[in-house]
Design a protein around this ligand. Structure first.
Ligand code: NAD
Length: 448
């Protein structure tokens, strides 16, 4: 069904147009200008789809794209240069280097929670690395998907950058095509489907998935700051953030003090927007009902209010939650924060290890050893010490999961690498020819 589109892109790619640095820089600049010109349309669409405020939407969906483009522009020349590497004595006369080759026509499948940013950020990487791309935005945020189609349609020709809107059937059809790369952001379950489809053509891929990301609050943490930064990171976008702290593990000695501060900061940051109907909404009725079910039977410490007709759910904190509770079985992806306690760091570590490797981990402590117990001894995608979320907004850091929370990474240089194939090359001299390499017999370590 999408054979014609992919073939057209492949022909355009083979024309060599997308390869030169000047072309890539020009397209990045065109994209920046197109986003700038359409900022109000994007913000309006995000308001309609998810009730995001202008301020929040600008910072998390648009501003982050401008920094990514600027970072690419500043570094592209350097990244594109063939990288010289050492050559062993057995190769005397030759030089070795690595070329970053664009992959070709790539498929980008995006989710609904940051529907603009998560379609555009991978695209920036694909353009910088010299590829053509097909973008499939999420069907659950139709206004934003329509704006993406308009912006990219007005800026690029389809044989270079195309948008295909649609739901599961569309995605399934697209995945049947032998694209040169698949970049998927979404749930673990659909990630497995994408990987199976990729296996049919042996298509290389990145999977940006999710998981239950813990925030650990040690007894020596600066509790007020920890509470403020956890409240901010958890309830941003109504908790519909892949790297939101999913649950808190707090040292039982400081639990009461921490919860008092957490409630204060939730009220300071989110009470007014919630009361005025300016708090982001839950994306669909299905997602809303699933979240409300999590609250049933739990002890609600903060929030717990909801208005189904508006798909609005207030920032909610649940205390005394056990690992067996339904809310601890899967990524929450909503404004519900379960609080669990621990009595030793070893116990906290063990609890985290009982769940699949998370996409993010946050630890709040002033103690280097405790920091190391969580940062160095546990496996997770990325994270922060004494903060939440901020690592995602640094283009110098790779962003991605570990194990079941994702395969591969992107942002900045990592996006460039993701959308490039690293081609290892030897350039041999023709001035002389060493006889030893043709010698028959056992291969010695000197030759390899
Ligand atoms: P999703 O997996 O339901 O959908 C993502 C995309 O896949 C959509 O475009 C959708 O149309 C498509 N899709 C859905 N079902 C499909 C199927 N059966 N076959 C092929 N394509 C299909 O995810 P979502 O609900 O949009 O997003 C939420 C999830 O995404 C959460 O788990 C969250 O943690 C994760 N996420 C991860 C990141 C990250 O960067 N790692 C960022 C945002 C969201």
């Amino acid at each position: 069904m999408y054979h014609v589109l992919r073939t057209k892109q492949k022909q355009y790619f083979y024309s060599g147009t997308t390869r030169p640095e000047e072309f890539r820089l020009h397209q990045l600049d065109k994209l920046r200008k197109a986003i700038k010109q359409n900022e109000n349309r994007v913000l309006h669409a995000l308001k309609l789809d998810l009730n995001k405020s202008k301020e929040e939407a600008f910072t998390t969906e648009i501003g982050i794209l401008y920094s990514e483009i600027t970072h690419m522009e500043a570094s592209l020349k350097e990244w594109m240069k063939p990288k010289k590497v050492k050559t062993p004595a057995s190769h005397t006369g030759s030089k070795s280097y690595v070329i970053h080759e664009p992959r070709g026509s790539v498929l980008i499948i995006a989710p609904w929670n940051y529907p603009f940013q998560l379609a555009m950020a991978p695209l920036i990487g694909a353009i910088a690395a010299g590829n053509c791309a097909v973008v499939k935005p999420s069907e659950l945020t139709p206004h934003t998907s329509a704006v993406i189609t308009e912006i990219l349609g007005e800026t690029f020709s389809e044989d270079y950058i195309a948008v295909v809107e649609g739901a599961v059937e569309t995605s399934t059809e697209l995945l049947k095509e032998p694209f040169d790369y698949i970049f998927f952001t979404g749930s673990v379950g659909v990630g497995k489907i994408v990987m199976e489809a990729a296996a049919k053509h042996l298509t290389p891929h990145t999977l940006e998935l999710g998981g239950k990301s813990p925030a650990v609050v040690h007894q020596d943490a600066k509790l007020d700051l920890a509470a403020k930064r956890i409240a901010w990171g958890k309830f941003l976008n109504a908790g519909q953030t892949c790297i939101a702290p999913d649950y808190v593990l707090v040292d039982e000695q400081v639990k009461d003090e921490f919860l008092e501060k957490l409630e204060k900061h939730i009220n300071d940051l989110y009470k007014k927007p919630w009361k005025k109907g300016k708090y982001p909404r839950i994306v669909s009725e299905k997602h809303f009902d699933r979240l409300v079910d999590f609250i049933e039977g739990e002890s609600v410490l903060v929030g717990g209010q909801y208005k189904r007709e508006e798909l609005a759910l207030s920032p909610t904190v649940l205390s005394g939650v056990s690992l067996e509770s339904p809310v601890m079985q899967d990524e929450i992806f909503g404004p519900i924060l379960p609080i669990l306690t621990y009595s030793s760091t070893a116990e906290a570590q063990a609890r985290i290890r009982e769940l699949p490797n998370p996409l993010a981990l946050y630890v709040f402590t002033e103690n280097k050893e405790v920091e190391s117990q969580f940062v160095d001894e546990l496996s997770f995608g990325g994270g922060c010490v004494n903060d939440t979320i901020m690592h995602v907004a640094n283009p110098y850091l790779p962003f991605g999961g570990a194990g079941p929370s994702g395969i591969g990474s992107y942002h900045g240089y990592d996006s460039f690498l993701t959308f490039s194939h690293r081609k290892g090359m030897v350039k041999q001299t023709t001035s002389f020819d060493l006889p030893i390499r043709y010698k028959q017999g056992p291969v010695t370590h000197k030759l390899i």
